[in-house]
Structures are given as C-alpha cells and as structure tokens.
Design a protein around this ligand. Sequence first.
Ligand code: SF4
Length: 698
Amino acid sequence: VIWLGQAEHSVITTCAYCGVGCGFKAEMKGTQVVRMVPWKDGQANEGHSCVKGRFAWGYATHQDRMLKPMIRRKITDPWQEVSWDEAINHAANEFRRIQQEHGRESIGGITSSRCTNEETYLVQKLVRAAFGNNNVDTCARVCHSPTGYGLKQTLGESAGTQTFASVDHSDVILVIGANPTDGHPVFASRLKRRLRQGAQLIVIDPRRIDLVRSPHVQAAHHLQLKPGTNVAVITAFAHVIVSEGLVDEAFVAERCEAKSFNEWRNFVTRAEHSPEATEAITGVSAAELRAAARLFARGMNGRRNAAIYYGLGVTEHSQGSTMVMGIANLAMATGNVGREGVGVNPLRGQNNVQGSCDMGSFPHELPGYRHVSDSTIRAEFEAAWGVALDAEPGLRIPNMFDAALGGSFKGLYCQGEDIAQSDPNTQHVSAALSAMECIVVQDLFLNETAKFAHVFLPGSSFLEKDGTFTNAERRLSRVRKVMPPKAGLADWEVTQQLANALGYPMAYRHPAEIMAEIAALTPSFRGIDYAKLDRLGSVQWPCNDEAPEGTPTMHVERFVRGKGRFVITQYVATDEKVTRRFPLLLTTGRILSQYNVGAQTRRTDNNRWHAEDRLEIHPHDAEERGIREGDWVGIFSRAGETVLRALVTERMQPGVVYTTFHFPESGANVITTDNSDWATNCPEYKVTAVQVMPVMQP
Ligand code: SF4
C-alpha cells in the first residue's frame, strides 16, 4: 500500500466494479484520490468492501488513459489527434453519410453496464431520436439478458426480488451457477455469516466452488452437474417437489395462474423428468437431488424461507432464459416470493447491469421495459422527445454483426464496451467490425475494439462525473464527481454533443436533469431525484407515489404482472456436444482480484495476486493426457484454439475444464462458439466442447 498523504476532504460515491454496488468514501487531497474507504452507512455494504473497490481504483488515473479525441479515415491509417468539435463533427458527418447511402437502419449504438444510468439513457435516446431507429443494445446482452426476459415472463418485472440484507432471514439458500466469493465478495461474506448462523446451503455448479466447502461453511448438497444441463436439473427438482406433495398450495392458489400451474404440474410430474430418469443426462445423483429438493421445499426445523441466488452459470447458456423461468417456477411453487429471506436474486456481474437494462438500452424496449410497439407508450416518449419513434424492434448486438457481414450495417457508436474482447467467437466479431465504415469508440483506453475504429472519443471514469448506478438489488446510488474529467468532457456530455451535431438538440446542464427526465417518463422511477438520493443514501425502485421511499422487497401482495405465471421448462440439449475430437467441456468464471476482461484491474496492483488465466483440469483428465501442474496446454474447440498453463485440481469433475475470462489475450473468447440463448441471444459462454493437449511454451 502506498501512503498518499493526509486527506483534506472526502466525497461519498459508489464502486464501479460489481453489482453489489458498495458505497465508498473517496478521501481526497485537492483533486487527487488518497484512498477509498468503504462507507459505513452504505446500504449495500455497511462498511465492508473487497480488494477491487478498495484498492483497484488506480486505473482511473493510469498513464494508459487516452485523453485526446482522435480520427482516421481508414483503420490502417495512423490516429490523428483532433479537437472535441472536430472528432464529434467527423463522427456525425460519417453517420449522416452512411444513413444517406445505406438507409436509416444502417447504424446503431451499444451502451455499457459500466456507465451511469444517465449516460445509458442518453445513448439509447440518441439512437432512437437522432439515429431514428431502435438499433441499440447493451453489454448486458452477453450476461443477464435472459434474466430480463425470464423474470418478466413469470413474475412480471425484469429484476431481482430482494435486498442483500434479505439473506439474513433465509433458512435455506440455493446458489446456482454463481461463485459469490469471487464475483460478489461483500454479499458472499453476508451469505457465509448466515450459513454460520445455521442456514443450510445447496450449490448447483459444475465446479466445486469455494462455498461448497470453506472454513466454517459446508454445503448440505452440491449438485455437481454437467455443464449445459441446468434445465434438466431444475425440472427434476420441480418433479420431486410436486410429486412428493411439497407445493405450497395456498400460495399458488392465491397468487398464481391456475391454468399455467396445472400445465406445469402435469409437465414436471412426467416420469421422464424424475431425478432417476435425468441422472444420466445431468450427472447428478438422484438421491442427492431428491434430498436437496426436499430441503429446499421443507426448509429446516419448521422454518421455510428459501432463497435462490444465481449468476452467469444460469444465463450464459442456450437455455438461459428457460432456466431463469425454471428458477422462478420453483420459487412460486414453494411460496418463496414476496417476503424477506426468500426470492429470486440474480447476482449481476457489472456495477450497472440492472440500470443499463432499466434505461431502455434493449432494441425492443423503451426505458422501464416498455415494448417499442406499444403506441401509447411510444406517444409519451414522442411528446417528450419531439420526434416520431420507430415501432419496430432494432438489431441486437449479434444481429448487428451479422448485418455488418451482410453489408447492411455500416456504422456503430460504442460507449464503454470492448465488444472485440468480450463477445464470443472473436474471429466472427473481428470480421464484422472490419466490414463497417465508421466505428466510434468512447472509452478510457485504446481497447481492442478501437483497433477497428475510425473515431476515438476519450471516456471519463466514475471519479470524473456525476450520475447513478443501480445494483443487483434495484438500488440506485449516487456516483459523485471528485475530479474534473481528465479529457475535458464527461461521457454524458460527449453523447449530448454528438446528438447536437446530428441535428437533434440536447441541452442538459447536469445529470440531475437527465434523471428528472427518466423519472418523468418511467413509472417505477417517478419518485426518484438526486435530492432524495442524497437524503436517503440510496433508493430501490419501484419508487413512486405508492412507494415514495422505494421497494426493498417486490411482489409482496401480488406479482407485478398480477398472477404469477408458470412456464414449461423442456430441457433441450445444447448443440455443443462432446465428441471423440472434442471430449471435454470448458466452462468459465471469475476470480476475486480481477474483473471482466481486466481493462481496469490489470492496470492496478491487483494484478500481483492473479496475473494469468489458468486452465483448471481434473487430475484424471490431466494424467490421461500427460499434463502436470503448470504445464502449457493447448485448448482446441470448433471455433478456435488458445494456450494456457494447467492447474490440476479436484475442484473440477472429470470431463470438465475451467478458466477465467480476465485475460482476453489468453483467448477464452477465441474458442467460445456462436451458440446463444434461444430467447435473447445471450452467448453460450459456459459450454464449449474442447480437447486439451500438452504443448510447448508459446
Ligand atoms: Fe466493489 Fe463489488 Fe467489491 Fe463491493 S463487492 S467493493 S461493489 S467489487
């Protein structure tokens, strides 16, 4: 730790890493951050923090920051530094030219879950009002888009149901496809505290994550399924609960649709969904699954609060949306919705995944998850924005890539997201980006996507702007400017100037005015303003006349959609099959000290704790291939190949290998395929058939 001197003043702000959304006190000396101290009154963290938020903020002032706007005619030309006006006018002229030559639908925008709500709102408004189409998408496409879809279909709202503090009242905790210890450390500490108090834990995960057995914590059941079989497991879970009479009949009769429940009950009780019948598919012992399902439904010692927490191991599958709906089915059938200690809780990876979805950055939804085809809703936005809006959903990110390769999509405004690194099948993405005529990248660093860009607009870090982030509990917290934007403009100001250069006027003087517009146009945000956030510290939406101080627990007396809806969850095996050529399944995840593609954490001392991705492999698979700990191994898939060093560990089950995705040059996304969720196109990052062989050091 470097001593940076005494602080002169401090500013309360919010961590820019994970979806826990910890509050921090930025201790300042002039405009220099001296240290980040976890805020004891932060409602998401209550004074706790992890190594990312506490120590890994130095990326914000790192020497790699790009501080000058730049343009170039061709991507083979050198970059030329220009003024903000010149860069923004160049981008606007190019977008205008492309639309004149190729049509209104030929350009689009991508927002980032790392940016504030206000910035995300402005990008989708720019696309809809100034570009004149709905070609806007968010990086949440590649992580939690199935959550948005699945929870809307079943419960009626695309969000988690609880506060983090709710876990203090849980008796049984079911963690599916998430590794909170590494991904959401502050919440993991809270969860472990509850386990130490006696709550029981069930883990469904292909890998023996830390929670399964760590000091003072041991899962009652670990269902170590084969990657890609989530839906078969959750349906077998439901089979046990229904066929053994463990349904909360009173809750279902009062709160849920009778027709959909009866159809679902008839479906899950079929013999083919029994744990015994699915054992060969899932790899989970029928006896273990039956015991886990009974524990979940019955609770312990007469206490029946069962909560479900899940992560990307649920969503990043070809049946991600089906699995989210299977989780919601389970919570409804057992009466575990609508009070503290229960619920369906997606653990969001990035700081503002929830917010970027709330703000209307999906191509089919305006802010507040209202479909663009709804003429009444459109009319409200048209009146406020002064333009006619397109009623047709626009292109999702993968559709943009396909359209670019097909020649109909030519221009992209990409704010705060490195799609060349973070999207699957890198070769396909690179070809699509190469086919576009104007890519505008707005980022802190000259990232991989910038290699394909024609305009580079410097981004601003969370220390350089005002705004809000919305964490995984639907909690809006203030982000406060502690230093002026290093490149002169905050991200929201850049988007505003681009809109003006395109002839669509925007004249916000402060992000508070953007939030006021969001609140006016979005019923669940109607009661939110900066003064209230300053007064209360944070607010969980919905916040409006019915809930002026926000809503900690959702669906209390009725579901947002009225009656809860059960959905049939037919298991369909992924196309990504093991074969003699590709006999192992690769799955991916996170590690505590690093974050996503590493753009931030790898520019800090956190790199000392974990400086490379490793391939985790079971001793049996390693021995079969002559692989020893630390050996270099080649990983070959149908999409590509890469090289990592091996970590031989019994955390893995035979037949399954694992790596993190923090070092894109190691190539996790070079080998992932184009398979995606049937409903939302969320990539199937979690299942890739591979072969692993020893290789020479690269
Ligand atoms: Fe930041 Fe998440 Fe760590 Fe909290 S738990 S300090 S929000 S990375």
